[in-house]
Design a protein around this ligand. Structure first.
Ligand code: NI
Length: 252
């Protein structure tokens, strides 16, 4: 069974086809703003194999109002909402909103703690600040995912002091993904969840095209190749991890 633990499904006009391609598999579509969070709630009601997470993405914090966080809290216990996300820190395009990003991240981490929900974290060029905040809020009791993991194996070991999984997506199929290949090679398969981040980051051989959840298969194949194990084992172990991590499976 294929599980895409991180995608953004609000922007497809052929969504029925896309979700059917996953057959008995599942997808978790991540909200990033008030608008997309509302869309997530629509999609999980409409498609039987789509679950959702709600969150304010670091690049959306400028537009984030107090009521947007109240909206997340109001819907966090909806049965097919399986986590808080996508939340985090992103300093890639500059650090002007750094303080606001930290403030909004902390508020959402506290929500996850309060409602015992898994957190999906986006951390880009901000590894140390992300780590420091997780320590500061004592997130050792909360299941988390570092989505699209891009830091070193050394940092991965630090993050494993928390209940943490690493989301592996299309980037692993890129030739220049040297650091990430090392992470996949050295950590146990149980540390990883498969994802696409659709519609972005299409894996080889579809790089440059609009990504879709069924491309999770190419990510799984690459992990199997790197670790020298079968595709079946990758699918079985990562799916079991995803089901446990997000408490999936109540829908079917
Ligand atoms: Ni994403």
């Amino acid at each position: 069974m294929l599980i895409d633990t991180h995608c953004h499904l609000e922007d497809y006009d052929n969504l029925k086809e896309i979700t059917e391609e996953m057959q008995d598999g599942m997808m978790i579509t991540a909200g990033t703003s008030q608008t997309t969070n509302e869309k997530v709630l629509e999609l999980i009601a409409q498609y039987p194999n789509v679950y959702g997470t709600l969150g304010i993405h670091p690049e959306e914090v400028e537009n984030c109002k107090e009521e947007d966080l109240i909206y997340i809290e109001k819907h966090i216990m909806d049965p097919h909402i399986v986590g808080i996300g996508e939340v985090g820190l992103d300093y890639h395009y500059g650090t002007e909103t750094k303080e606001k990003q930290k403030e909004i991240l902390k508020k959402q981490l506290l929500l996850a703690k309060k409602y015992k929900k898994t957190v999906v974290i986006h951390s880009r060029d901000a590894t140390l600040d992300t780590y420091t905040i997780l320590e500061e809020l004592d997130m050792h009791d909360t299941k988390m995912v570092l989505h699209c993991y891009s830091s070193s194996i050394e940092m991965a070991h630090q993050f494993l002091k928390f209940p943490m999984k690493f989301g592996i997506g299309g980037v692993i199929t890129f030739k220049n993904a040297v650091k990430l290949r090392e992470v996949v090679e050295k950590l146990p398969l149980e540390s990883f969840l498969l994802e696409t981040d659709s519609p972005y980051l299409s894996p080889e051989p579809h790089r440059g095209e609009k990504n879709k959840p069924s491309n999770t298969l190419f990510v799984a194949k690459k992990i199997a190749e790197i670790k020298g194990i079968s595709l079946e084992e990758v699918l079985q172990v990562t799916s079991a991890s995803a089901i446990r991590w997000f408490d999936l499976g109540r829908k079917i």
